[in-house]
Ligand binder design. Structure first.
Ligand code: PLP
Length: 495
């Protein structure tokens, strides 16, 4: 095959490709080095999906070279907590996609809602208004228990970008002393906040940034609470307070009047399921108040029941000024994200017509009618089926089962809240030396062999990609957890 950029042209009989360098037609399944006229006329066999995948698709976070020997399964359908490939093999999706398919796969209610909305009104500029958008914004505020406003976008990264700009502009316009000089965003090592330049700059994972620098200026990182690897002389409570103090010191050293906001997930998810000690978040809130810094919670993963409470915030009663959300908001059925702000933030953006004090930001697909209609129906299902409670109950069962694995020499710690669970694997329990990458990948591979798909904190911080991550759909039952545990026992093996 001639190398070069290619454009595919579908025909009734197959898929013709034109090579833009060579400028000639060819069929992708035919080797053109030896192509004969006869072969050229046999353009009837369409390439398989796997061939198209290998040829055309660029997967995220994937080293493609090894894929040639071990292609990903071709998934053709999903149902509840399970995915099925083209060979009929079923997998328990213990990651709910990317922690998002909270109500499970195959929910026809959402398909029907989407179809009806698409027929009625498939798109509207977000400067205008439509029923599902206004209704969903109201529903989000009701669930948050807030008076405030909701700004819609389509991804968690965008929701965080909006939050950064809102925080900066709020300070500029709040009329509070020193507001005009506040622009810095403090966030935490280990946390992921998205792939766009601002969200990546806020991300505290070095491996996600290699080669993409320089990062945006004004983003500063502090250590998160990490009780498993905390100084052994500190109690979890003391460790939590020490981490909060590190935030306070950073604010002081940077100059409080330069700091706009502190961004954090209540529980770090993709960074390794790091659950803070109870003392941490309330103290963080106090510090933000003392120094006039806005507190933004990234609830992209933890929002809408994942942790066994409606929001991660609810475990500690620390109320942020801004919350970002995505994933579980639509259970991943449509791209949908939101940045919710308290009313006092929104008020700083009010002015007369023509005044530039409004939020000068737009997402073409923000508040999309189909996405918001699906999001609204999804949240109704979360309530109707008591999925938050289910996540709490089944999550407690799962954590107890995972803790039972701790006699295995590799299981350093099992932790989590609700159905946000992690197991930290170590090569040596005394030194806590992380299990290396090859072993981690082998464990994941054996889980897949046993029919269970798990995640890990891959491509995050160097040398510490040793945490298995589990976040099944919130409709999971104890029998799904039993399957997961069986697969893990098999994958860890006897040591
Ligand atoms: C905590 C958190 N914030 C933000 C994001 C970014 O979301 P998206 O991939 O939708 O841009 C993610 C994605 O996994 C996330 O886990």
């Amino acid at each position: 095959m001639v190398a070069g950029s290619q454009a595919g042209i579908g025909t009734a009989r197959g898929l013709l490709m034109v090579d833009r360098i060579a400028g000639c037609w060819y069929h992708p399944t035919i080797s053109h080095t030896n192509a004969t006229e006869e072969a050229r006329t046999k353009m009837t066999v369409a390439p398989s999906i796997s061939e198209l995948d290998v040829r055309a698709l660029w997967h995220p976070l994937t080293q493609h070279k090894p894929l040639a020997d071990s292609p990903p399964p071709l998934i053709v359908r999903g149902d509840g907590c399970y995915l099925e490939d083209d060979q009929g093999q079923r997998y328990l999706d213990a990651m709910a996609g990317l922690w998002c398919v909270n109500i499970g796969y195959g929910r026809s209610e959402l398909a029907e809602t989407a179809a009806a909305q698409m027929t009625q009104l498939p798109y509207l500029a977000p400067t205008m208004t439509h029923p599902p958008g206004a209704q969903l914004a109201d529903k989000i505020l009701e669930m948050l228990g807030w008076r405030g406003r909701v700004y819609f976008s389509s991804s968690g990264s965008e929701a965080n970008e909006a939050a950064f700009k809102i925080a900066r502009q709020y300070h500029l316009q709040s009329g509070k002393p020193g507001g005009a000089t506040r622009y810095k965003i403090i966030s935490r090592h280990r946390a992921y906040h998205g792939n766009t330049l601002g969200a990546m700059s806020a991300t505290g994972q070095a491996e996600r940034k290699i080669g993409y620098g320089p990062m945006a200026p004004g983003f500063i990182h502090v250590p998160p609470p990490y009780p498993y690897r905390a100084h052994p002389k500190l109690t979890p409570a003391e460790h939590g307070i020490a981490c909060a103090q590190a935030i306070e010191e950073t604010i002081i050293y940077e100059g409080p009047e330069s700091v706009a906001a502190l961004l954090m997930e209540p529980i770090i998810s993709g960074g390794g399921v790091l659950v803070p000690p109870d003392e941490y978040l309330p103290r963080v809130r106090q510090i933000c108040d003392e120094y006039g810094v806005l507190l933004i919670f990234d609830e992209v993963v933890s929002g809408y029941g994942r942790t066994g409470k409606l929001f991660g915030r609810d475990h500690w009663g620390a109320e942020p000024d801004i919350i970002t959300m995505a994933k579980g908001l639509s259970s991943g059925y449509m791209p949908l994200a939101a940045t919710a702000v308290q009313e006092y933030i929104f008020d700083a953006f009010l002015g007369d017509a023509g005044d530039l004090s409004h939020f000068r930001h737009i997402n073409t697909f923000g508040g999309h009618p189909v996405s918001t209609a699906v999001g609204l129906r999804n949240l109704q299902i979360v309530e109707e089926e008591n999925l938050v409670e289910n996540a709490r109950n089944v999550g407690e069962y799962a954590l107890a089962q995972l803790k039972n694995l701790s006699s295995h020499p590799w299981v350093g710690e099992a932790r989590g809240r609700g159905l946000l669970l992690g197991v930290e694997l170590v090569a040596d329990k005394e030194t806590k030396q992380p299990l290396d990458d090859a072993e981690m990948l082998a464990v994941l591979g054996r889980c897949k062999q046993a029919g269970v798909l798990l995640g890990r904190n891959g491509n995050t911080v160097p040398g510490l990609g040793n945490i298995l991550i589990m976040a099944p759909p919130l409709v999971a039952t104890k029998s799904e957890i039993d399957l997961l545990i069986e697969a893990l026992v098999f994958a860890l093996g006897e040591k």
